[in-house]
Design a binder for this molecule. Structure first.
Ligand SMILES: Nc1nc2c(ncn2[C@@H]2O[C@H](COP(=O)(O)OP(=O)(O)OP(=O)(O)O)[C@@H](O)[C@H]2O)c(=O)[nH]1
Length: 304
């Protein structure tokens, strides 16, 4: 998740220009600095950014169809795209045009004809800023105690995944997890030992949920939630079962539990045609978790 702040070569720059000659020139300038992708129109640029999230966009102003300026405004107004910095590369260099670029939300302006060294250095500078900003943003998504994602990340990610699912009809499942009799654990072993259990459980959950797009988040207190994109209910049930078994298998002593070791209960839900909002997905997972608790804990249940 964390990119090295000096690793510009791993960054991707999207070039938006309708002139093939210009695209080639820009690619030639940047290909030794970072990864470069090109598109010919503003519409294609927006579609690309929605799928791939490049680190920087070099935008021509005058394009067939939607102008670069309009594309910049639209991207700035879209929460999932507004963090992508946009530099205008354009021959519209008069004062009024430059003002319009700044007002649209551009981070910089490179006039045509371009000076290759200037372009390279501007791109390097903005990529460094972008990497630094990403690191700060990522830290704000990490839970201080366990080192896994926090509730803030979960809230953002689940919205994003549901939107993506509407577009591409992927499945999305969720597993809500709660440590059993954790109040009794804290009361008997003390809060610091409780914290240690939270860390160990978080680490085990993360060890098992390994697919790159999956995420394990601390939802709050002793509750965790696992997000499983591209995973139908059947797959999520297998993961929930594995997680429940793995935590009991750690054999962390818990004298105050009827299972004698630390265990978890889990509730599984999947987005379907009738259950496609964050609220319904979470309510179903929560209801299933409640059922697992009622069924004796150390088990999982799922919402049909
Ligand atoms: N050590 C520690 N305890 C926490 C933390 N956050 C929440 N808790 C404790 O987690 C416990 C949760 O207790 P309950 O919600 O009653 O649930 P439970 O005892 O696990 O019982 P069941 O869920 O029914 O099995 C409370 O005692 C909280 O104080 C934390 O960061 N560290």
């Amino acid at each position: 998740m964390f990119k090295d702040v000096s690793d510009l070569a791993s960054c991707e720059v999207l070039i938006v220009d309708d002139s093939e000659l210009m695209r080639r020139l820009l690619v030639g300038c940047l290909k030794d600095t970072c990864k470069v992708v090109t598109v010919e129109s503003a519409e294609e640029a927006i579609a690309y950014c929605q799928e791939e999230t490049p680190d920087l966009v070099l935008m021509d102003w005058v394009l067939e169809g939607m102008s670069g300026l309009e594309a910049c405004k639209r991207m700035q107004a879209t929460p999932t795209l507004s963090e992508i910095p946009i530099i205008f590369v354009t021959s519209n260099a008069n004062e009024e045009s430059q003002l319009q670029c700044w007002e649209a939300g551009a981070v910089d302006f490179v006039p045509k004809p371009i000076v290759p060294k200037t372009l390279q250095n501007r791109v390097k500078t903005h990529l460094k800023y972008k990497l630094q900003a990403d690191v700060l943003r990522n830290y704000s998504f990490i839970d201080g105690l366990t080192g896994i994602y926090n509730r803030r990340f979960f809230d953002t990610e689940v919205e994003r995944l549901l939107k993506q699912r509407h577009r591409v009809a992927h499945s999305l499942s969720m597993v809500m997890i709660d440590i059993d009799f954790f109040k009794k654990y804290n009361d008997y072993y003390g809060h610091l030992s409780g914290d240690d259990v939270l860390k160990q459980v978080a680490s085990k959950l993360k060890e098992i949920v390994r697919r790159p797009l999956d995420s394990v988040c601390r939802y709050g207190g002793e509750e965790f939630v696992v997000l499983l994109p591209d995973t139908p209910l059947q797959g999520a049930k297998i993961i929930a079962k594995t997680l429940v078994r793995a935590i009991a298998g750690m054999e962390l002593e818990h004298n105050q539990s009827e299972h004698h070791v630390v265990t978890i209960s889990a509730g599984v839900s999947s987005a379907t045609k009738t259950c496609a909002s964050v609220e319904s997905l979470m309510k179903n997972a929560d209801d299933a978790l409640y059922e697992a608790k009622a069924a004796g804990r150390n088990t999982y249940k799922y919402a049909e």
